[in-house]
Design a protein around this ligand. Structure first.
Ligand SMILES: [Fe+2]
Length: 391
């Protein structure tokens, strides 16, 4: 009783303007660096060029792989790994949102290990046999928690399947968190990535591996999201809100590293596999109220705590069923406040792929660690909840 394992990320370098330290950060781990990023960041902003300058000042040779797009595919990861091999990279720098950081981890794996990165997914054919290159990250959104997690999410477009590589050797060795970079994130992306932070923190408290440390980090993350996400959505230049969300994202990432996600993420990942254009946070938001209604009675303590946090009250030890059920309404109100109140049918998902989404929800372990384990019918009901055209 009371035993737990808790991993802390090696280094978080947190602060306004900290991206300027990228050269010295990367130079600790190698002298030939592939920057893994998106075409948009590379072509439309001066950020990557500025980073290459910093790397050069620290005597690090660099090249850019900018083939990453949202919901990165296996092909993108494998192409990046080929670039890293031919450049003889000894360190990988991921610059961007969760997609770029996840891609950086997969590139670091694929650069030194045989086959396709897809082979190393959860339950995949291969195990990592060679040392993964060290990964340094500079995040540009406050979402995903990728900079402190061992997870790389990748999409196989041939199979319409979204899966994850989960291995602690993928965890970034150095995470630069510079909230100033999130100032330019538009409101709908701020809302979606910010709600992902909420989901990581809350679902970690529901996970069987939740520990006192996880719960502490989750509580702080949830309080920050409740207070500051609406402000960051409303005014992207709200510096205090951006700093708070960057902190919340980092804490929630530590939560999923040590506990994990549950049913909402299982369904949202399945949605992402079939409808990659739907933002991960928007898919989560669409299923959240229904999953909460399905789950709350089996996790009274955690749902009560969420209620207390969302009401900005201290967290009390005991659970209260009345509060637990009302937590669902509070989350619905919160989603409306940040403009993420769409049901699944409003996301533009064709009803003919719903059966496949239901099936794929059961391909990932998330559903099995939910406090109440769903059947396929339950997931079907969750997907059609509140919908006018489905079910
Ligand atoms: Fe997530």
């Amino acid at each position: 009783m009371g035993n737990f394992l808790f991993r802390v990320p090696p280094v978080i370098d947190f602060g306004w303007g900290r991206r300027d330290s990228v050269g010295t950060a990367v130079a600790q781990f190698g002298s030939r660096c592939v920057i893994v990023t998106t075409e948009r960041l590379h072509q439309n902003t001066p950020m990557i060029e500025a980073m290459q300058r910093r790397l050069h000042e620290s005597h690090v040779l660099s090249t850019v792989y900018d083939g990453v797009k949202p919901n990165p595919t296996v092909d993108m990861m494998d192409s990046g790994a080929a670039v890293a091999q031919s450049f003889r990279a000894d360190v990988i720098l991921g610059v961007g949102g969760g997609s770029a950081m996840d891609a950086a981890k997969a590139v670091a794996l694929g650069a030194t290990n045989p086959g396709s990165t897809w082979d190393y997914r959860l339950f995949g054919e291969r195990k990592i046999s060679n040392r993964v290159l060290p990964v340094v990250t500079v995040g540009t959104t406050a979402g995903t928690g990728s900079h402190v997690s061992p997870v790389s999410v990748l999409t196989n477009s041939d199979l319409n399947s979204k899966f994850a590589i989960v291995d602690y050797r993928l965890s970034p060795v150095w995470a630069i968190v510079d909230p100033e970079l999130t100032l330019s994130v538009p409101p709908h992306v701020t809302a979606a990535t910010g709600f992902d932070v909420f989901a990581h923190a809350f679902e970690s408290t529901l996970h069987p591996n939740a520990s006192p440390f996880v719960n502490l980090a989750a509580e702080r993350a949830l309080r920050l999201v409740a207070q500051f996400l609406p402000r960051a959505v409303q005014d992207g230049n709200d510096v205090e809100a951006r700093i708070a969300m960057a902190e919340a994202d980092t804490l929630a990432g530590i939560c999923i590293t040590n506990a994990g996600t549950t049913l909402p993420h299982g369904i949202a990942m399945a949605i992402g596999g079939h409808a990659p254009r739907v933002m991960h946070g928007a898919a989560l938001a669409a299923v959240y109220p229904a999953v909460m209604r399905f789950t709350w009675a089996d996790a009274i303590t955690q749902f009560s705590h969420l209620y207390q946090i969302l009401r900005n009250s201290p967290v009390l030890a005991d659970g209260d069923p009345e509060q637990a059920s009302r937590a669902v309404d509070l989350v619905e109100d919160f989603l409306a406040q940040i403009g993420l109140a769409d049901t699944v049918d409003k996301l533009g998902i064709d009803s003919d792929i719903l059966a496949a989404i239901v099936k794929d929800t059961f391909a990932l372990p998330d559903y099995s660690v939910n406090p109440k384990v769903p059947s396929m019918d339950d997931v079907r009901d969750i997907l059609s909840a509140g919908s006018t055209t489905v079910g």
